[in-house]
Design a protein around this ligand. Structure first.
Ligand SMILES: Nc1ncnc2c1ncn2[C@@H]1O[C@H](COP(=O)(O)OP(=O)(O)O)[C@@H](O)[C@H]1O
Ligand SMILES: Cc1cn([C@H]2C[C@H](O)[C@@H](COP(=O)(O)OP(=O)(O)O)O2)c(=O)[nH]c1=O
Length: 205
């Protein structure tokens, strides 16, 4: 019998700490003998990476942004995520549809009905087995971002935008408490690593 693949996602507002922990997390899985791959959204396949370039840099309407996010996601799921899970691998993904609920829904004020419809169409039966939500106040995340990198189209949004994104994430987590683990991004990197390490055991090895 082939091993069971797992789908794990990392979420949070820009600057909350996802990238700092995701490679470490994948390394920890591999150290336990798990065949894990890291991916990201938008992106993860050649086509989706090209859409990412556009999404992060090219001005566009809210609706175009929403549809391109899901177009990139569909390609990523068909070509990478589903085949990997079917082969028993773990896919650890930097962002997934919770980002769409948070950014295009909460941040931009997009229609929940449309997002729900697209979600159902693009990946109805597939949801992550575990989602880590890195939670940090918008002002602290902005400070961390400022010292770390140049801003893309999303990162140039104001603090009120990121407060809405954060709130939408927290609502999502409240709706699926079994799937989400909310990580307090104010804790030290060492503390967060301990929490993640303990959690790996609970998601089935
Ligand atoms: N727990 C933490 N405590 C202090 N600084 C952190 C912590 N986690 C991340 N950082 C720093 O904050 C900045 C943004 O983190 P990053 O992982 O790039 O965020 P994200 O991927 O969520 O946008 C980086 O400079 C990183 O070193
Ligand atoms: C997956 C996804 C990402 N995004 C946005 C959030 C991020 O600002 C951006 C890319 O995210 P990210 O990979 O976190 O960028 P970085 O390389 O700077 O860490 O895309 C959405 O708005 N909706 C989505 O569905």
């Amino acid at each position: 019998m082939s091993p069971i693949g797992r789908f794990v996602t990392f979420e949070g507002i820009d600057g909350a700490g996802k990238s700092t922990h995701i490679d470490w997390y994948v390394d920890r899985l591999r150290a336990r003998g798990i065949d894990a791959i890291r991916s990201r959204e938008p992106g993860g396949t050649p086509l989706a990476e090209r859409l990412r370039e556009l999404l992060l840099n090219e001005p566009m309407s809210m609706d175009t942004e929403l549809m391109l996010m899901f177009a990139a996601r569909r390609d990523h799921l068909e070509r990478l995520v589903r085949p990997a899970l079917a082969a028993g691998r773990w896919v650890v993904c930097d962002r997934f549809t919770d980002s769409t609920w948070a950014y295009q829904g909460g941040g931009r004020g997009g229609s929940a009905e449309r997002i729900a419809w697209l979600e159902q169409w693009v990946h109805g039966d597939l949801q992550p087995d575990r989602t880590y939500l890195f939670d940090l106040p918008a002002e602290l995340a902005a400070e961390r971002r400022a010292s770390a990198r140049t801003a893309d189209r999303f990162e140039r949004e104001d603090e009120a935008f990121f407060r809405r994104v954060r709130e939408a994430y927290r609502q999502r987590a409240g709706q699926s408490p079994g799937r989400f683990l909310v990580v307090d991004g104010r804790r030290t990197i060492e503390d967060i690593q301990k929490l993640l390490e303990n959690d790996i055991a609970s998601i089935g090895i």
